[in-house]
Design a protein around this ligand. Sequence first.
Ligand code: C2E
Ligand code: MG
Ligand code: MG
Length: 649
Amino acid sequence: MFDYNLENAAWILSLFCLLYCLVVNRRQYRMAKCIKNNLMNQHMVFILSVICLNITSASSVVGTILTSYASARVALWQFLFHTAYYLFHITMSFLLALYFLDITGASVGKKDNFYILFSIPYLLIVLLILFNPFSKVCFYLDSSYVYHRGRWMLVLYACGMFYLLMCFAVFFRHIRAISRTDRMEVGTMLFLSVLGVLLQAFFPQMKVELFAEALTILGIMVMLEERSGHVDALTGVLNRLALVEFSRRVIESGKQSRLLLVKLINLDQFAKLFAGREIDNLILLVSEWLSTVADGYDLFHYRDRDFAILLPNDRGEAAETLANAILQRFGEDWKTGPVNFRLEAEIWVARIPEDVATLNDLDELLAVRFRDLNRGTRRVEFHEVSAFQRNRHMAQALRDAVAHHKLQVWYQPIWSVEENRTIAAEALLRIDDEEFRGISPEVYIPVAEQSGVIREIGLFVFEAVCRFVRDSGVRKMGLCYINVNLSVYQFLHDDLTERFESIRTQYGIPRETINLEITESASSQTPVVKTGLDTLRITGYHFSLDDFGTGYSNFAQLLRTEYKNVKIDKSLLWDADNNEHTARMLDNMIRVIRSLGCNVVQEGVETPAQLERSVNSGANLIQGYYFSRPLPEKDFLDYLLRADKESSD
Ligand code: C2E
Ligand code: MG
Ligand code: MG
């Protein structure tokens, strides 16, 4: 009575899928009021497909059983089940096409007219099936109640095929909207489905079609629907991975869209006062409120204190309304348990594709921390984040400059007061490229640091200096060492010392000819930097402390660490010109550092008066435009020769 054929297997498979969706993935299937929103929701379309597949395979199995009882008594039921089979089967292929429109982002921005046109073949076939009892063109039961295909049966198949081919077309047209890992699998599943339909259309006795479709649905469920990896563990909303996947589709759709970021800027202050649970509850509260106000748009919790709402096909109106609602809410307290929190948030609205045109842009945007802790809740205009855009552009330009060998090293002399001659030089990076003309390393070095390009740049400068020391004969001209600036970011790569050593030995120059300059900063207190510094020091390198008197540098640091030279920041010297207090402080500072046994290099000496002040205070090394600006290799050698000649004359 019950054949264990492929159709039964299809039913069992589809039942499994349905149960799995309803029990495990149930959060994803929330019906929206508007029909179009449901059609544009991949998960809703998927669950509807699974339901259709269940009805289709159930009808098929029951229909087959009834066939063995073919008689007048069951004829009506036979007819009904066959009708249900075709009706829901064609609905499935229609839904599958919609599903592909959704997962490729092709549905973003589609108008109602599109959906009407898209549904016409489907609706015509539905009418054909509904009128089949009268027309008998799809199928009929003969006088012995045996089932036969009608003349128009192939039209049904053609329609099913039309929607399947549509899936193919959408899939290949928007393939970039699907992540690389999913492409192969999704393509295979689709192919399997088409194969099933073709086989059954021409060899009806094979009955493989439903099984192939059930396999497709199972495959899609496992690959695209089972997205526990897309859910944030704390809030249950979507996470960063999902944000990247969804943004990929929206970007690929080419439609104007918006990405709204909500950054909780003062949460850390509360985190210091309250236990973790209180803060988690607070984040949950914000997340729940945001998902209500986002009203149908996807909410993402992409980093500990940061949320995002993706608004596909929005030219700014919806984002504006949403941003205002959020701003207003953050003007009020958030209450968890007995505590009232006044949270502050920055709201950013980024335009797709103007501000975010690629996933790379998205990555960089998400990496930006909030801009200003002190300004409280506010809407951050994107042009305020223009530094971010400029940096993004600059990081790429830096990579290009490295790749196209446009980096150069220039040298600025360092003059010894005691010896009355140039005894050292500082190596300074220059980029021979139109794009960087007139831009100071002070601007692009931080970008190089944040984007990681500093690693290549640092190694390039180090190697260029080693080559210069070996080839130019500067040591014979009395130059004792060359200062090379070292960024603390370079310590993040733990092979720094080995790389330096291998380059240095390759050029066969002694370590004393290189002096490493490092600027003290908050990050230089971290263990990784400390270890890096110690390793280089133990290996035999000497260090100068750069830009002393600014930022994080302090005397305690000087006492703790061995610096051969301390370079006083030029801003102090320049300020001393007009400020008696600074002048006195500078004077005393230099004395204290000298008394600790360090050399003092005064940077930024431009005038005879500045030179005199520095020398009188006890600075024993001088660097500045008074002697020379940074010079290209050849000009620097000329400078040394000239100075040598002048002193011997
Ligand atoms: P820094 O290490 O403090 O270098 C000294 C800066 O002061 C240089 O600017 C130099 O041209 C400038 N300077 C020296 N004397 C005078 C003067 O009398 N008047 C004026 N107005 N400026 C003077 P530059 O070359 O623009 O470099 C700026 C900063 O960029 C450097 O400051 C250093 O922090 C960074 N930098 C430059 N090259 C490299 C490099 O190869 N690696 C790393 N990590 N940083 C570098
Ligand atoms: Mg320096
Ligand atoms: Mg400096």
